[in-house]
Design a protein around this ligand. Structure first.
Ligand SMILES: [Fe+2]
Length: 179
């Protein structure tokens, strides 16, 4: 039994473990997308690097929630991570699936936040709003802008090559400016 536990309901504790699992699913999916983009038949090193970075970020989100669970006196229960898809038809299609994933993660975070609110867990609500919800909205905006740029250049050929080289050399800000 935790000494630290106070005003931390089982409902919130379970929801937090579900969110940790979802962050790990996101990390694993981004690793798969990066691998797809780095295959010799696709060969887009800029996008490959970007999604490697995204995979690491999602792993850090999971770790940060693990640390928070422990801080509040909850019990961390990790879940198995399902095999991600490998069925993308193009680089653009893979990025579109990343946008959907970010929206799914956001939906789940909003659900956890409203559960914490129902339980009058002000500290958890505050942590989610300042550390997670804000960043989630920024990620959705960032990936949406990447898709817009990809549509602008045609999503293939020289346009895609230049898009990818810019992403490789200058990072995401080089392609979309500040998200
Ligand atoms: Fe995340």
């Amino acid at each position: 039994m935790s000494l630290a536990k106070q005003n931390f309901s089982n409902v919130v504790e379970d929801a937090l473990n579900q969110q940790i699992a979802l962050e790990m699913v996101a990390s694993h999916t981004y690793l798969a997308i990066a691998a797809y983009l780095g295959a010799d038949s696709i060969g887009l090193p800029g996008l490959e690097k970007y999604f490697h970075g995204q995979a690491n970020e999602e792993r850090e989100h999971a770790q940060s929630l693990i640390d928070y669970q422990n801080k509040r006196g909850g019990t961390v229960v990790l879940q198995s991570i399902p095999q991600p898809s490998t069925e993308w038809s193009s680089a653009k299609n893979a990025i579109e699936s990343a946008l959907q994933l970010e929206k799914d993660v956001n939906k789940s975070l909003l659900r956890v936040e409203s559960l914490a609110e129902e339980q009058d867990d002000a500290e958890f609500v505050n942590m989610l709003r300042s550390n997670f919800l804000k960043e989630q909205v920024e990620s959705i905006a960032e990936i949406s802008k990447l898709i817009t740029q990809l549509n602008r250049v045609g999503g293939d050929g020289l346009g895609l090559y230049l898009f990818d080289q810019t992403l490789l050399k200058d990072g995401v800000q080089g392609v979309i400016g500040d998200a």
